[in-house]
Design a protein around this ligand. Structure first.
Ligand code: ADA
Length: 555
């Protein structure tokens, strides 16, 4: 399954799922796609390049479009042994369009590299695991030489009525100019335009309509609509694209985040895409189960720590009214790591792809960057500035933030719309949570972050599933429950806070190449409220009880 709805009725699209041939180091076997190579007996801790391949059959001479939703972490794709695209980063989609492909059998090869090589600035040994493989769905399509490249929808309110700006890009792969007609339907409104697309070019067409019958999207009532674009040549439909959208406006009102003018309180979890037996290639069933468990605890938000997530997960959040803080791929990078020659480009590529590919999801309410990177240094500040500016240049409709761990020393709080703090009082350092919190809030008031909404973006404690100890000592489920409860009581009572994200939803695997993380029991980050197999720890009930108690009070 590619998305939770059909994106095409006219375009021929088939999924590249199933068993692919895997060749590496003289071994040949087969691996399921989507899937992680680590699920194979000979590749459980493999780091390096593998070659994945399979055949496809093209019914009639056409242009072929390949799209990979996620290959971890670097992909080099060949079509009939010709290189067609290269992509870095496991967490954003990429495509290749190949013109004039003859009917018949063709071969797709993908060199996949998950090594921590010198080219990689973002996939490095870290407190999560970089798996290997085609970890998310992939498709191949037979498209018209003139086709719809993308559809972006931006809702906005005007004089109490919903309006929407629909931007559509049409690409002409052919050598002659092409007269086309474009019809767009949304929420019982249809618009069309007729135009000409020059050879070898992309043309952008913008519709801007009012939608009097549109119901607002909100966490309580997540109404969704299909924007359906059809491209015709000589009155013959040749391509289409369907996107699912929602009518809602995000804003900041004083210290509160608002949706459609209503203040919201984010009761959330940080969630890695990682599951005990299958790594980062979660199928829809397990994504849905994760959201079921988070909602059972009373959560209404999730942070995609620390990278853009699978679109099917975002589709589920759209349908369930789960608010999403999505962020670019970065975790805990020092200024030396931020000075890696590829860092800026790899971050900016990730931001551009994340926003281009995910901006239509109404559930995404915040764009985040650079979790716990060098925001306490002038050198780091310049890089933060560039990334915030890039986001605002691409999408002004969502607030920005970045989770900092530079308590009392962060020098970037003037940039984001929301101040976000990762704080591990009670786990990494002593103090009473409320005392530390007051010190932190006073410090913020002395910075340019004063008066901005504040999110406590991480707090929590480790616990080994099944380890119970009446002394409530460290690593027991009881201690984790106590620490999370103390944090929640402090933050849920504080109306200067507009949201909390518990670290973390589920235990996740970490890399052994870094001693600090490898020191973690089981080589996992054990701060999950459930373990890597989604077995609940004692804190599951504690969170459920406290989220429920405060939800009744509008928190
Ligand atoms: C940091 C980081 C998380 C995780 C956490 C921890 O806040 O943002 O990814 O590593 O620490 O468990 O220590």
């Amino acid at each position: 399954m590619i998305r939770l709805f059909d994106q095409h009725r006219i375009r021929s699209q088939r999924e590249l799922d199933g068993m692919w041939r895997l060749e590496a180091e003289g071994k040949v076997c087969s691996v399921p796609v989507p899937g992680c190579i680590e699920q194979l007996p000979d590749f459980r801790s493999y780091r390096g390049r593998v070659l994945l391949s399979r055949k496809i059959y093209i019914k009639k001479k056409s242009c072929v479009r390949l799209e990979f939703k996620g290959v971890s972490h670097t992909a080099e794709v060949l079509f009939d042994d010709l290189p067609v695209v290269r992509h870095y980063n496991a967490y954003t989609a990429f495509e290749a369009v190949i013109a004039d492909v003859d009917a018949g059998e063709h071969e797709i090869k993908v060199w996949v590299d998950n090594s921590f090589n010198e080219e990689s600035a973002l996939h490095i040994p870290n407190d999560y695991y970089t798996y290997g493989g085609i970890i998310r769905p992939a498709v191949y399509e037979e498209i018209s030489p003139v086709y719809i490249k993308r559809l972006h929808f931006t809702p906005y309110r005007e004089k109490g009525v919903w309006r929407g700006r629909t931007e559509i890009e049409i690409e002409n792969l052919g050598q002659s100019s092409m007269p086309v007609r474009l019809d767009v339907s949304l929420c019982r409104k249809t618009s069309f335009c007729e135009t000409e697309v020059e050879p070898y070019s992309v043309k952008r067409i913008v519709f801007d309509d009012s939608y009097e019958e549109a119901e607002s999207w909100s966490p309580e009532s997540p109404s969704l609509y299909f924007a359906d674009a059809v491209l015709s040549i000589n009155s013959q439909p040749v391509d289409d694209m369907i996107e699912r959208v929602g009518f809602r406006e995000i804003a900041i009102d004083g210290r509160r985040l608002t949706i459609n003018g209503q203040p919201v309180f984010l009761r959330g979890f940080n969630r890695h895409e990682d599951y005990g037996t299958i790594g980062s290639a979660l199928p829809l069933q397990l994504m849905a189960q994760d959201i079921d468990l988070m909602q059972e605890m009373g959560a209404n938000a999730v942070r995609t720590s620390h990278y853009p997530n699978d679109e099917r997960f975002l589709d589920l959040c759209d349908e369930r009214g789960i608010m999403v803080w999505e962020e670019n791929h970065a975790r805990g990078l020092s200024i030396e790591q931020m000075n890696h020659p590829n860092f800026e480009r790899q971050c900016e590529d990730c931001i551009a792809e994340m926003i281009d590919q995910h901006r239509n999801h109404p559930a995404i309410v915040i764009w985040g960057i650079l979790n716990e990177c060098a925001s306490h240094l002038e050198e780091g500040r310049a890089k933060y500035m560039r990334q915030y500016e890039q986001i605002k240049g691409l999408d002004k409709t969502r607030p920005t933030t970045s989770a900092t761990c530079h308590h009392f020393s962060d020098i970037c709080l003037d940039m984001p719309d929301i101040v976000s703090l990762n704080t591990y009082t009670g786990w990494y350092w002593g103090d009473a949570v409320d005392e530390w919190h007051e010190k932190e809030m006073s410090w913020i008031d002395s910075t340019p972050g004063a008066g901005k909404p504040v999110i406590i973006s991480e707090f929590g404690a480790g616990a080994i599933y099944g380890y119970r100890d009446r002394s409530r000592c460290k690593w027991s489920e009881e201690r984790q429950s106590d620490i999370i409860a103390e944090h929640l009581r402090t933050y849920l009572e504080d109306d200067r806070i507009t949201g909390v994200f518990i670290w973390q939803f589920a235990d996740c695997k970490v890399t052994e190449e870094n001693n600090w993380f490898a020191g973690r029991a089981k080589c996992h980050n054990n701060k999950g409220v459930v373990d890597e197999y989604r077995r609940p720890k004692e804190s599951f009930e504690t969170v459920k009880e406290l989220f429920a108690a405060y939800a009744q009070r509008g928190r």
